[in-house]
Write a protein that binds this ligand. Structure first.
Ligand SMILES: [Fe+2]
Length: 176
């Protein structure tokens, strides 16, 4: 069983994960409008991942016989100046989620809630990967500067193809 305070903290995290999903969806839409389909699909995949994170918290609350209570989502940012600005925001988003997950872990430790600590370990590992990936994309974009040909090459690299092990799908399967 979860304490009332832990239950409300976990419910709040569901909203944060859904907000991250909405933000990535909005980023994907911005790239679609720029005709950068690889970037669009990459951010769409991030959006799906965040939804699966929300679902993980929901499933955990159900398993602990708690009640899920969804809250309103604030609207995400809707436009960006260039791909670098999007990538910077994506990294900041992940850093913020890391802080929130860390806070949840601190709280679980303070309550000696071992089950929640165990569940959160997956998210702690996931955030390390997510920050690494977001930073990698940002650094590549900084490296190429205004080189449009290089931007298109990254866009092509980000396009998932069925014959290359479908990297992004493998990642989302891990989250189920
Ligand atoms: Fe997440």
């Amino acid at each position: 069983m979860l304490s009332d305070l832990m239950l409300s903290a976990l419910n709040a995290q569901i909203t944060q994960e859904k907000f991250a999903s909405a933000t990535y969806c909005q980023m994907a839409s911005w790239f679609a409008a720029q005709n950068l389909q690889g970037f669009c699909k990459y951010f769409q995949e991030q959006s799906k991942e965040e939804l699966s994170h929300a679902q993980k918290f929901i499933n955990y609350i159900w398993l602990q016989m708690g009640e899920v209570k969804l809250s309103d989502l604030s609207a995400p940012k809707q436009s960006w100046y260039n791909p670098i600005e999007v990538a910077k925001d994506a990294l900041e988003l992940e850093k913020n989620v890391t802080l929130l997950i860390n806070d949840l872990m601190k709280f679980a430790l303070s309550e000696s809630d071992f089950a929640t600590q165990s569940m959160l370990l997956w998210f702690i590992d996931e955030q390390v990967k997510s920050e690494f990936e977001a930073n990698e994309l940002l650094q590549k974009l900084i490296m190429i500067g205004d080189d449009k040909a290089a931007l298109l090459a990254i866009d092509e690299d980000l396009e998932p193809t069925p014959n290359t092990g479908d990297f992004w799908n493998i990642k989302s399967d891990d989250n189920v």
